[in-house]
Design a protein around this ligand. Structure first.
Ligand SMILES: Cc1cc2nc3c(=O)[nH]c(=O)nc-3n(C[C@H](O)[C@H](O)[C@H](O)COP(=O)(O)OP(=O)(O)OC[C@H]3O[C@@H](n4cnc5c(N)ncnc54)[C@H](O)[C@@H]3O)c2cc1C
Length: 404
């Protein structure tokens, strides 16, 4: 078969398959995924309801058939020959392509301590299903890693009444992606809920019923989970001679060093406007990059334009972060909102990021408006942003009428 082939049937690969049709591509589309399910959403895995881990599918067999997408389920791509424009599959087939999209995602970073294999990983539906089934019969859970996934898991398991410990090598949890005010607030909430933190300490060994820290502390654990981040899945690309770095390297069009091969989603490190390649591990990024890559695969000439955005649910709180808070030149502008709090981040008077933490959907509307203000690229007054009586909608309206 010659046509377009997509490797990886996660959020990105699946969205790309449909986006190819939406962009008018009429040829064959083959979507190959090595997991034994229909494509599914990952975010619900770490936020399951009492009824168990949901397999929330992204699409159906019927929808794929209707769109003329051939889905190869439970099949791995073993190698890619870019000179021959062909790939070899674990079912013995060799498939030729006109254009290829690498949407291979990311895989859990491996622990390096003694007994590392005793810790369960958390990335796939199968991982989540095993962990939540085992959680029924245990009392003490140790989660290694105080990032977003580790903290979400801790919230769910603590809410089920388990004794939960978080072991984190850094001095604070959530240090990487979450602005300090909200990281501290979430840390406090977890502590109030009874989660025990072991911070600033490495792991010497994972044993049967315990995790031994480098300072000699023994953390009792009937179930140990590793949530220490992910690494981009770029082995296939690297072996095929495609340029890699902190991910599969692409330009702003999502094109790799091979003009017939594109990459998008968690596996891709994208360089826009000559900036250093950036990788974003988030749901919306996977979808936005899928759509841009698909349009460019069918002959478009579209640079990636996407404001980063992610959310996290912990207990009854939702965190949302939009834009790039780390670009801020000085302290954040703080604003109260009903049942929540917001922070805005400015660079040369322009909004470059915003974050909010609140009960349920308390900050969702303001974060959406903040995103529109970021995209408008206008200069904003910090005192207006901090004043809850000045509506963000009015600020947006004012910037639009000034631009008209
Ligand atoms: C538990 C969890 C919770 C999350 N929660 C949030 C959240 O609240 N908010 C948010 O914004 N983001 C969240 N994310 C992140 C978000 O889900 C990911 O960024 C997104 O799924 C990335 O999509 P992707 O398609 O690029 O990669 P993936 O979803 O990893 O899909 C890649 C697929 O490719 C397959 N594959 C790899 N190599 C091959 C091969 N050689 N052959 C065939 N198939 C292959 C993989 O098995 C996988 O199925 C969460 C992620 C996880 C794991």
């Amino acid at each position: 078969m010659d046509g377009f082939v997509i490797i990886g049937a996660g959020e990105c690969g699946t969205r790309a398959a449909f986006a190819l049709r939406e962009a008018g591509y009429g040829g064959a589309i083959l979507l190959i995924g090595d997991e034994p399910h229909l494509p599914y959403e990952r975010p619900p895995l770490s936020k399951p309801a009492d009824t168990g881990v949901p397999l929330r599918t992204i699409t159906t067999v019927d929808a794929m058939e209707t769109a003329g997408i051939e889905y190869c389920q439970g099949v791995s791509v073993l190698a890619c020959n870019t000179a021959a424009k062909s790939i070899s599959l674990s079912d013995g087939r060799m498939v030729r392509y006109d254009k290829l999209l690498l949407a291979t995602g990311a895989r859990p970073r491996q622990l390096a301590c003694a007994g590392a294999s005793r810790a369960l990983e958390f990335r796939t539906y199968s991982d989540a299903d095993e962990i939540f089934q085992r959680a029924v019969d245990v009392r003490r859970v140790a989660i290694i890693g105080g990032g977003l996934i580790g903290m979400e898991l801790a919230a769910v398991l603590r809410s089920k009444g388990l004794d939960v410990s978080i072991i984190e090598a850094a001095a604070k949890p959530l240090g990487r992606a979450v602005p300090a005010r909200f990281a501290e607030r979430l840390h406090r909430v977890h502590t109030e809920q009874g989660v025990e933190f072991f911070l600033g300490r490495g792991i010497a060994e994972i044993g049967d019923g315990f995790v031994l820290l480098e300072d000699g502390t023994q953390v009792p654990s009937d179930l140990t989970i590793a949530a220490i981040g992910v690494v981009p899945d770029m082995e296939l690309a690297a072996k095929a001679g495609i340029a890699t770095g902190n991910g599969i390297l692409t330009d702003a069009y999502l094109q790799t060093s091979d003009p017939n091969v594109f990459a998008a989603g968690d596996c891709a490190a994208v360089s826009v406007n000559g900036a250093a390649p950036m990788r974003y591990e988030s749901w919306r990024n996977a979808r936005r990059q899928a759509e841009t890559a698909a349009r460019n695969m069918v002959g478009g000439n579209e640079e990636l334009v996407s404001t980063p955005w992610f959310w996290s649910d912990q207990y009854d709180l939702t965190l949302q972060v939009v834009g790039l808070p780390a670009l801020a030149e000085s302290g954040a502008v703080v604003r109260a909102c009903p049942n929540g709090e917001l922070e805005f981040y400015l660079l040369d008077g322009r909004l470059v990021g915003a974050a909010g933490l609140g009960l349920g959907n308390a900050v969702a509307r303001d974060i959406k408006l903040a995103e529109m203000l970021i995209d408008a690229g206008v200069t904003l007054d910090a005192s207006a942003l901090s004043n809850p009586d000045v509506s963000l909608k009015d600020l947006l309206r004012a910037t639009r009428s000034a631009a008209a």
